[in-house]
Structures are given as structure tokens and as C-alpha cells.
Design a protein around this ligand. Structure first.
Ligand SMILES: Nc1nc2c(ncn2[C@@H]2O[C@H](COP(=O)(O)OP(=O)(O)OP(=O)(O)O)[C@@H](O)[C@H]2O)c(=O)[nH]1
Length: 377
């Protein structure tokens, strides 16, 4: 039966590939982890695409299918725009983001066998990706095309200090709120230090407090308070211990990815659709308001232009409302008829006529608003 076929294959929640954004502090092991992911995918015959988004990386232990360095030369960007290293990376990412729709098209291309994963390596300077326009564009393009999640890589040996641990968790938390995507915490380098202490700190508030007791400083008091706040964040978070060097924990890592993709389908997509619907409704209401305002202004304009024939026929606001509401009452002007009505006045040099000026601006505003709405979609 059909079900048998599905049960024997790898878990696949969607025919679309799962996009994984690998984010983490410099030196946390992102690149090494992606190399390990790559070998794991080869070993398990999973089909994946690797995208390198770090224009400044000098050595890559794997071959990326799409590499930002093939499109933008970061050193040339630095020279051309007289920028420092961070400015060069940021500008290169921005340039690449303008072409990212092509990357999406490439990933969407039907293949046999179908693509299962898209793994993206991000620049080591974490804020260049997470707090830049390019990061937002790339994340949104991926998230609106594929089930997408963030893998936040943690340097486990460096987190044994409770305050460093807190800094890392705050960073992860801010990325979660910025991207609003499901997140998998990957405690890397477990071959050096096991991540059990981190799990304990995340699940048992008292044990984290006990670790902080050894440090009576202000920072420790702050960490104590923050750990209370982060409790909710920890609750909804999936985590896994991995070693990018030995390959330990890779099976759990992929299970975590699948679980996050499921969360994306169940929670993220309906939320996104709801937000999109609300945005469309707001936009329709705004257009209607603009049109009504224009209609009123046009009536006033007609009265100003021909006060004799319209004398005594000046409608009150109540009448205007009624006229708009009555079918077969005042016709709704098209933008062409509005322009036809307005242009002769302005062209003939009715300076000082505030009405004509108003119309021009409002007409442009509407067009501009529509363009912006188009762009925002
Ligand atoms: N022992 C051990 N070392 C690791 C592991 N993962 C990465 N490393 C080492 O950590 C160092 C940094 O690793 P990278 O993969 O370059 O880290 P990155 O996050 O890509 O660094 P940036 O490109 O600067 O952001 C390298 O020396 C790696 O060999 C691991 O699981 N275990």
C-alpha cells in the first residue's frame, strides 16, 4: 500500500527541502559542523545543497553548491567603497541579497532525486547576518519558500562559565525573536566538554542559581534575574549535543531538524498566513479610505470650480456620506477621470488653489502606497 512506501523512506514532512540557517558566534564551529553535515548527508544518501554566505571565509573544508564569493569579491568591495573588513562583509552580503531570488529559483528547480536540505553557513560576525538588511531579506526569502529553521551553534566548552552561557542564550533568544523561526540549539564540541551541564541549567533553575552563587558580582545578580525571564524561552527550545569533529550526535541533530520543520508547518505557516491576511485587510481598508477621501475632495473641487451652478447644492458631510453609500448616487471616480478633472486647473495656472495641489499629492500618494505595498509583498 502507499503507506508502506512512506514508512520505509527517510522521514519527509514536505516535498520541499528544509532550509537550515547555521548561525553562531565566531569560532563556535559552524563551518566544521557544516562539513560534518555534508559528510553525514553523503553517508545517509540525503540530498542537500550547501550555500556559503560568508564572503570573508578563506578556507572551506567542503565544497559549497552556491558560494557568495563567486558573486562578490569582498576585498574589491572594501577597496571600491573604502570600507573596513566588517563594512566590506556587510556590503558584500547586501549585494548578494539583491540576487538571492536567483538562489531560491535554483533551489526550487525540480530534481530527481528531490532536494531534501538547504544548509546555509553565515558570517562569523553574527550581527552582520542577524541585524542587517541582507540577513532579513535572505531569511524571509528562504522562510517564504521552504520550511526554514535556525540552528544556533554554541561553543560548549566556552559556556561552562554561567555568565558566558547567559550571553549565548540571550544572543540565541534575540535571534529567535528577530527571525521568529523555529530554532535548534546545537551544543557543539561535546568531544571536549559534555553539554549535560547546559541542559541542567536550562531545565533546573536552582542548579543555574547554584552555579552563580560562586560569583557575587553585579553581572551574576543580573544573570540570576535573566534566567527567570529565559525560562519560557528554554521551554520551547529543542537542543542537541554534537561534535563537528567526531560526528557524534549527528543522527539526533537531523531528528531535531525534522522536528523543527514540523513546527514550522504547524505553527509558523498558519501564523504567517494570518499575518498576511491581516496585512491585506489593512491595505484594502486603507485604499478604500483613500478613495472615499478622493471622492469627497473631487466633489468639493467641482463646487469650487463652478460655484454658480453648484450654488445651494453644496452637500453636507452627511449628504456626502449618503451619496457614497447609495448605489447609483455619486459615481466613484476612476483615477483617469480624477486626473482629467484636476489637470486642466493646475495646467492653466490656478496657482494658490490649494485644492488642486492637494489632489496631485494625494493621487501620487496612493500610487506610491500601492507601489510600496507591491514591494512589501
Ligand atoms: N574539538 C572540537 N573542535 C571543534 C569542533 N568544531 C569546531 N572545532 C574547532 O573550532 C575552531 C573553529 O571552528 P570553525 O568551524 O572555523 O568555526 P566557525 O564558527 O565557522 O568560525 P567563523 O568562521 O570564525 O565564524 C576550529 O579550530 C575547529 O577545528 C568540535 O566539535 N570539536
Amino acid at each position: 500500500m502507499e503507506d508502506n512506501q512512506a514508512s520505509t523512506s527517510e522521514p519527509s514532512l514536505s516535498p520541499k527541502p528544509i532550509a537550515v540557517l547555521v548561525i553562531g558566534m565566531a569560532g563556535s564551529g559552524k563551518t566544521t559542523l557544516i562539513q560534518q553535515i555534508n559528510s553525514y548527508m553523503h553517508a545517509k544518501r540525503k540530498i542537500g545543497y550547501i550555500i556559503n554566505l560568508d564572503p570573508a571565509v578563506t578556507h572551506m573544508p567542503y565544497e559549497a553548491n552556491i558560494d557568495i564569493r563567486d558573486t562578490v569579491k569582498y576585498k574589491n568591495v572594501m577597496k571600491e567603497y573604502n570600507l573596513g573588513p566588517n563594512g566590506g562583509i556587510l556590503t558584500s552580503c547586501n549585494m548578494f541579497a539583491t540576487r538571492f531570488d536567483q538562489v531560491i529559483k535554483l533551489c526550487e528547480k525540480p530534481r530527481d532525486p528531490a532536494l531534501q536540505y538547504i544548509i546555509a553557513d553565515t558570517p562569523g560576525q553574527i550581527e552582520i547576518f542577524t541585524w542587517s538588511a541582507s540577513g532579513a531579506i535572505i531569511t524571509e526569502l528562504l522562510a517564504s519558500s521552504f520550511p526554514t529553521l535556525v540552528v544556533y551553534v554554541v561553543d560548549t566548552p566556552r559556556c561552562t562559565n554561567p555568565q558566558t552561557f547567559m550571553s549565548n542564550m540571550l544572543q540565541a533568544c534575540s535571534i529567535l525573536y528577530k527571525t521568529k523561526l523555529p530554532m535548534l540549539l546545537a551544543f557543539n564540541k561535546v568531544d571536549v566538554t559534555r553539554h549535560d551541564f547546559a541542559i541542567e541549567w536550562m531545565t533546573d533553575f536552582e542548579s543555574y542559581q547554584a552555579a552563580l552563587d560562586k560569583d557575587p558580582s553585579y553581572a551574576s545578580t543580573l544573570s540570576r534575574s535573566l534566567s527567570l525571564v529565559l525560562d519560557e524561552f528554554y521551554n520551547g527550545l529543542k537542543s542537541v549535543g554534537v561534535s563537528a569533529v567526531t560526528g557524534e550526535g549527528m543522527a539526533e541533530f537531523f531528528e531535531g531538524i525534522e522536528a523543527c520543520a514540523e513546527y514550522y508547518e504547524k505553527i509558523y505557516v498558519p501564523e504567517m498566513q494570518q499575518l498576511r491576511k491581516e496585512k491585506e485587510e489593512r491595505e484594502t481598508a486603507r485604499k478604500q479610505r483613500e478613495m472615499q477621501k478622493l471622492q469627497k475632495d473631487l466633489i468639493k473641487k467641482a463646487q469650487l470650480a463652478d460655484p454658480i451652478t453648484t450654488a445651494g447644492a453644496c452637500p453636507s458631510s452627511k449628504q456626502l456620506k449618503e451619496a457614497e453609500g447609495v448605489e447609483g448616487g455619486l459615481p466613484t471616480p476612476s483615477s483617469a477621470s480624477v486626473s482629467a478633472a484636476i489637470r486642466p486647473l493646475t495646467e492653466e495656472g490656478d496657482e494658490g488653489d490649494e485644492g488642486s495641489c492637494d489632489y496631485e499629492i494625494e493621487d501620487e500618494d496612493i500610487e506610491q502606497g500601492e507601489e510600496e505595498a507591491e514591494g512589501g509583498r
